[in-house]
Design a protein around this ligand. Structure first.
Ligand SMILES: Cc1ncc(COP(=O)(O)O)c(C=O)c1O
Length: 408
């Protein structure tokens, strides 16, 4: 596990308002018009906090989101909704979900094909939205993607395939096909000339942070530490931006976590030379949602200017988190958390109980006065793998043998 303090922040810091309270509130108004929208639970793990020597641990449980087992639908649905509103010359505020799926609107819009690249969760959200709208959806998944996650997407009526390319190269292939076929790309990653939809996706994600902020405020709790896992970094930037907007200079310490196989933010902070350092090639990690080597350009200034630092870590840390959440301390609620969801809790466990991380724990001021917030961004989205890790402990053991390293 490697840590780098963020020394890149610029003055004045990037304005977080693009994903601030106002934009998140607007996105939530749209989400609220979707019948299956409900605020997801914020689990309080008091027993675990006591065990680790922390004041509080809160875990936002996104396995309950829209019945699709991850937070990702928040972004896909809002981005597609906003795109359609613009296409109709309207505003998302005038196009609630029921109107959007009506036969009249379907007729006005004609046939649209949405296309996206995904490790599973984002594509499931896009396919789910397209199905509700009665529109077509084409999904590409990078090499090594889970057959179970592919099946979930196909079950929503999308045409979905696994490519032999990594995530970032699959995005480029899908964008070229979209250009050729007149499809609408719904991607979390932005590039030159393609920024609207990635921004709307981030604004949709910010709703998850807004729900947390309000739930904690109602309990008169201000988080001191927030752990956010990053793939592209759109989710982390959305949550960081919302927190920076609502708490201002008094914001909690935000720590970004990446897989050591795709640690573009860690490398960028370590180099600290003003440019982004990408990761390419195969990214062999069980944290499929974090296997992205190219950061969001839109969210990057927020992460650069409003975070404490970056941690690059190995798979067994998240496996620990999955098991802790599956078998909680008596009295704590159980959280079913998948490979990309449990890493924050796994990290807290190691930070607090492993003496090798004493200095880092002290530097981050993590102690009995801390209120830690983690995001379990997915449930058991690959049930087979979930059981291998949680029931059999298989993956961590295999990983240890494969890499010839100790657990952390
Ligand atoms: C479950 C889960 N958590 C976290 C992430 C990371 O989100 P982002 O790519 O915006 O950094 C993903 C992305 O696919 C994911 O599926």
């Amino acid at each position: 596990m490697k840590w780098i303090e963020n020394r890149m922040g610029q003055t004045p810091p990037a304005d977080p308002k693009i994903v601030g309270r106002k934009e998140a509130g607007k996105a939530r108004d749209f989400h609220r018009s979707i019948p299956s929208y409900a605020e997801t639970p914020l689990a309080e793990l008091s027993g675990l906090a006591r065990t680790l020597g922390l004041g509080h641990i809160y875990v936002k449980d996104e396995s309950y989101r829209f019945g699709i087992n991850s937070f990702k639908g928040l972004g896909g649905a809002y981005a597609i909704g906003t795109y359609l509103a613009h296409r109709l010359g309207s505003d998302i505020r005038e196009l609630p979900y029921e109107t959007m799926i009506s036969p009249e609107i379907r007729k006005q819009l004609g046939e649209i094909t949405f296309v996206s690249t995904t490790d599973g969760n984002h594509g499931r959200g896009v396919a789910w939205t397209a199905q509700k709208l009665g529109q077509k959806c084409v999904i590409f998944m990078p090499k090594g993607s889970s057959p179970e996650r592919l099946a979930h997407i196909r079950a929503l009526g999308a045409e979905a395939t696994i490519t032999d390319l990594n995530y970032d190269d699959t995005i480029r292939m899908a964008a070229a096909l979209a250009e050729k076929n007149g499809w609408v790309t719904v991607q979390d990653k932005d590039w030159e000339g393609y920024t609207d939809i990635p921004l709307w996706i981030m604004q949709g994600y910010a709703v998850m942070a807004l729900e947390c902020f309000e739930a904690l405020e109602a309990r008169k709790i201000k988080p001191t530490h927030v752990f956010l896992q990053a793939g592209v970094g759109s989710m982390a930037a959305a949550v960081t931006g919302l927190l920076a907007d609502v708490y201002g200079a008094d914001r909690p310490k935000v720590i970004i976590i990446e897989s050591d196989q795709a640690d573009c933010y860690y490398r960028t902070a370590a180099a600290d030379d003003g440019s982004l350092h990408l990761v390419s090639g195969e990214m062999d990690t069980i944290m499929a949602g974090l296997a992205c080597g190219e950061p969001t350009n839109l969210g990057w200034p927020i992460l650069r200017d409003h975070t404490e630092g970056f941690i690059s870590l190995e798979d067994p840390v998240t496996a620990t988190g999955m098991r802790i959440l599956a078998a909680p301390v008596p009295g704590d609620p159980r959280v079913i958390s998948g490979e990309s969801g449990a890493v924050g809790v796994g990290l807290c466990y190691h930070l607090m109980l492993d003496e090798r991380y004493k200095d880092l724990r002290t530097a981050l001021a993590m102690d009995a006065d801390s209120a830690v917030l983690c995001f379990s961004t997915e449930g058991d989205t690959d049930r087979n793998n979930y059981r291998k890790i949680v029931w059999e402990g298989a993956w961590a053991k295999e990983a240890k043998e494969k890499k010839g390293k100790t657990i952390v």
